[in-house]
Write a protein that binds this ligand. Structure first.
Ligand code: PLP
Length: 442
């Protein structure tokens, strides 16, 4: 039997260190030592879950990119997290954008100040109306991997600049994309011959090693295949000028991936005159930039019939106010494992290190039993309704695919800039906003 929950009161404001200035108005956010330590009190009930987006992290990832891969221009994969501030910041930093639909293209162009040439329509299987709309919006660079796509493009956007997406080894990735996209090398000469016959312009080659790539050596093999595709292009009468190395970059392995890529590009593309190299990173930029604060809205003793697969049975079930139909859809779609930690317990942010832990399970708020955030987690025994659990690395493939199933709203985002680069981010964003305003008034 669980002890009865005390009524919850918002944590005492005097416990908080001085608030950092915020970009976006929520006076309820607290960052300590760059680590999220937050509580929400801006909604009337003081319990709604919320993301904290640290835009400085996005900025620092961009500096890291430029340091490690100076010859490759990132085209941020919008699908990963189309957050408007992330897009604005990356636009201001000179990135391009990988869009998969008309909606994403409109979203990016709607920011203002972004020329359509900074967009690659990187979806090899597009509705014909999408191709037509891309033409209207001035987006010319687009991928293909099959002959039907060439017929569609010949009809709807004959002056498109085409990029053939080839199949590469994606077996070393969390999310494999090769079962759906990518032309096997053996089919490329036929596709290029068809493109020629239809009078289309093919400008280069793209690939994707799979999202969440955990073995960067696959980039070497992919570049080798891209070289072969370039040679096939020459044989078909094209002179390719674009190499797109896709996404798949994992934060922890980024330097390794960058060195594999750099070495392979040096080996297989020693003469790079007239060659533009781009990439489509998504999670690399945003995964660690977003954390999620969730409120424990209920708890109960576990059911007797817990899954047999669990070696240690949870002794308490916590229900939080975001779940797999919301931000934690990444558990189902992106093969992620959520790791909760205590943000605030009772009125305290200081969880004593000797606080006894017990095996718990953490569940989302909907009425569906698939809505399990963590089948087992070690959490302090004293957690109560009203306490807060935090989750880091929540920026990639979370908000973008969250639903409102059962009437639960998608968690809001509060923005901050913290640590090294904070003032640069603020002035970059302010200048970008001023430039857009100025252009709009002309
Ligand atoms: N480009 C394309 C065509 C994709 O399909 C994806 C992800 O699915 C990405 C880029 C982004 O990949 P990642 O987030 O692993 O960098």
């Amino acid at each position: 039997q669980l002890a009865q929950c005390p009524p919850w009161a918002p944590p005492d404001e005097s416990l908080f260190p001085e608030l950092p200035p915020l970009l976006h108005g929520h006076p309820d956010l607290h960052l300590r030592n760059g680590i999220l330590s937050a509580a929400a009190s801006s909604d009337s009930d003081g319990e709604r879950a919320f993301f904290v987006a640290d835009l400085t992290h996005v900025y620092r990832q961009h500096l890291r990119w430029r340091a490690c891969l100076p010859q490759i221009q990132p085209f941020y994969a919008v699908k990963c997290n189309p957050d408007p501030y992330v897009l604005r910041l990356l636009a201001a930093l000179g990135a391009g954008f990988d869009c998969a639909s008309n909606g994403e293209i409109s979203h990016v162009l709607g920011i203002g100040g972004i020329h359509p040439s900074r967009i690659i329509f990187a979806n090899p299987c597009k509705a014909v109306s999408f191709v037509r709309n891309a033409a209207k919006m001035g987006v010319d660079t687009m991928t293909f991997d099959n002959a039907d796509e060439l017929y569609k493009i010949a009809r709807a956007h004959p002056r498109a600049q085409l990029v053939v997406r080839i199949l590469t080894d994606d077996t070393k990735a969390l999310c494999q994309l090769g079962i759906k996209f990518g032309a096997p090398l053996a089919t490329v000469p036929g596709l290029l011959a068809k493109a020629k016959e239809l009078g289309l312009t093919v400008v280069g080659v793209s690939f994707h090693v799979g999202s969440g790539c955990y073995d960067p050596s696959v980039y070497t093999d992919a570049i080798m295949r891209a070289r072969t595709a370039f040679d096939m292009g020459a044989e078909a009468g094209y002179r390719f000028s674009l190499l797109d190395v896709g996404g798949g970059f994992e934060d922890a392995l980024f330097e390794q991936a960058a060195s594999c890529l750099t070495e392979a590009i040096d080996t297989y593309f020693p003469d790079r005159s007239g060659l533009k190299i781009i990439a489509e990173p998504g999670r690399y930029y945003v995964s660690k930039a977003f954390s999620l604060a969730t409120n424990i809205i209920a708890r109960r003793a576990p059911l007797n019939e817990s899954p047999a697969a669990l070696s240690e049975l949870p002794s308490v079930m916590y229900y939080i106010n975001d779940g797999v139909y919301g931000a934690f859809n990444c558990i189902l779609f992106d093969h992620q494992i959520a790791h909760p930690y205590v943000l605030c317990m009772g009125d305290s942010f200081h969880i004593p290190s000797d606080e006894p832990l017990h095996t718990s399970s953490v569940w989302g708020p909907t009425c569906d039993s698939i809505d399990c955030v963590c089948p087992t987690a070690q959490l302090p025994r004293a957690l109560r309704v009203g306490d807060w659990l935090g989750f880091d690395n929540m920026g990639a493939y979370t908000i973008c695919a969250a639903s409102q199933f059962n009437g639960f709203q998608v968690s809001k985002v509060v923005y901050t800039t913290g640590g090294f680069g904070s003032s640069e981010v603020r002035s970059i964003l302010a200048k970008f906003a001023a430039d857009i305003e100025c252009a709009a008034s002309l």
